[in-house]
Design a protein around this ligand. Structure first.
Ligand code: MRU
Length: 369
């Protein structure tokens, strides 16, 4: 996507230096820092510490990370056991987004089909770059399908602004291009539809106020940052027409794990008859499970992410302590929205209701035979 006249993605393979490079999202929007990922330990650290985050991007990083394992200093050449063990470490870097295992496995399996070292490296890079390009195309298609939902609301409002609420960052920074939840917004804006986005700040790490607001601003889209608790009030007062969020893992039956607080937005949307859509590529469906509350692993992160808030102060990105020094904090990073609260899914194959039957109608290849 375009950032101040320069085309950017959150991850790419630099063909000059033959290295994987990423935007270190921890410092956005105040500093744009690029990092090289040259070993599996660096890739794991970047995922855990959230230089890279968001389900499709974690999947792409898993894919390129599996390639990095093969070419890093100290690699063990053709040694299946060592390669698979390193891939397992990579796949365990964050538990909730299903894309990580999906992306790393695709590259691992492509590499393991080759017997010689050079062929293995080539196969891994080819497959990893294909994962990246496929996800970019998938997000573009999500935008094209999602446009119809926004267009219909704009027509009902006689061209009045469509107010869309979103949570966390499910934008291009979380994907490769366009984003998932934001893809229909970018497509609608580019088609000349008047839209305005309510951006949940998304504590504790503020992916909304730091990342979504930055992305939308760079594209010229009208937006307003709100506290995580404001959505219900805005909905009661007719100030929200539509909610679109992303997801880190959605079961084959349609239960949705996404950033903590999503469930509360879905409850408020249902109470106010506001459509609540979830946008996702097929790589985010977990085809093995149906019950999200029981079966989706929910990451618990360092309580210091709650206790400290980061921002710009005197030109430097700094952290400050908010609660009393000795107050304990708990940091559940995701929650599950049951399918009964979801109006529909926007995928690269079209829009469907939140039911196993409707999802499998779009993805018949995933039917259990
Ligand atoms: O902890 P994060 O920032 O990785 O969580 C990201 C989200 O919850 C996103 O909403 C989700 O991954 C969808 S990304 C297109």
């Amino acid at each position: 996507m375009n950032v101040d006249g320069k085309e950017m993605r959150p991850i790419w393979f630099n063909t000059d230096t033959e290295t994987v490079q990423v935007i270190d999202q921890r410092f956005l929007p105040h500093k744009l820092i690029i990092e090289d990922l040259t070993t599996v330990d660096e890739v794991i650290y970047a995922i855990k510490e959230m230089f890279v985050r968001g389900a499709p991007l974690i999947g792409a990083t898993g894919a390129l990370g599996a390639y990095v394992i093969l070419v890093q200093d100290g690699n063990k050449g053709v040694d299946d056991a060592w390669f698979c063990a390193q891939c397992d470490r990579l796949k365990a870097a964050r538990p909730t987004a299903t894309n990580l295992v999906w992306g790393a496995d695709r590259v691992m399996n492509a590499a393991l089909k080759e017997a010689g070292y050079d062929a293995r490296v080539n196969a891994a890079l080819t497959e990893a770059l294909q994962v990246v390009e496929e996800e970019a195309v998938n997000c573009k298609k999500i935008g094209e399908y999602g446009l119809s939902i926004i267009k219909e609301i704009a027509e009902k409002k006689n061209g009045g602004p469509v107010n869309i609420l979103t949570h966390c960052n499910a934008g291009w920074l979380a994907c490769i291009e366009y984003g998932t939840a934001t893809a229909p917004m970018y497509t609608a804006f580019d088609a000349g539809i008047d839209i305005h986005i309510w951006v949940d700040e998304t504590r504790p790490l503020n992916q909304g106020s730091r990342l979504t607001a930055w992305e939308l601003g760079k594209h010229g889209i009208k937006h307003t940052v709100i506290t995580d608790n404001a959505g219900g009030h805005l909905m009661q007062h007719g100030m929200v027409d539509l909610v679109i969020v992303g997801t880190d893992r959605t079961t084959r039956a349609g239960d949705v794990a996404n950033k903590i607080g999503t469930y509360l937005k879905a409850l408020a949307a249902r109470d106010n008859n506001i459509p609540f859509y979830v946008a996702l590529p097929s790589s985010t469906f977990d085809w093995e499970i149906t019950d999200g509350i029981k079966d989706i692993p929910i990451e618990e992160r360092d309580p210091d992410e709650i206790r400290y808030v980061q921002g710009l102060c005197d030109g430097k990105v700094q952290s400050v302590l908010v609660p009393p020094e000795d107050s304990p904090a708990a940091n559940h990073a995701f929650d599950v929205t049951p399918r009964r609260l979801v109006t529909g899914f926007i995928t690269e194959r079209g829009i469907c209701e939140a039911s196993e039957e409707a999802i499998l109608g779009l993805f018949p290849d995933k039917k259990i035979r």
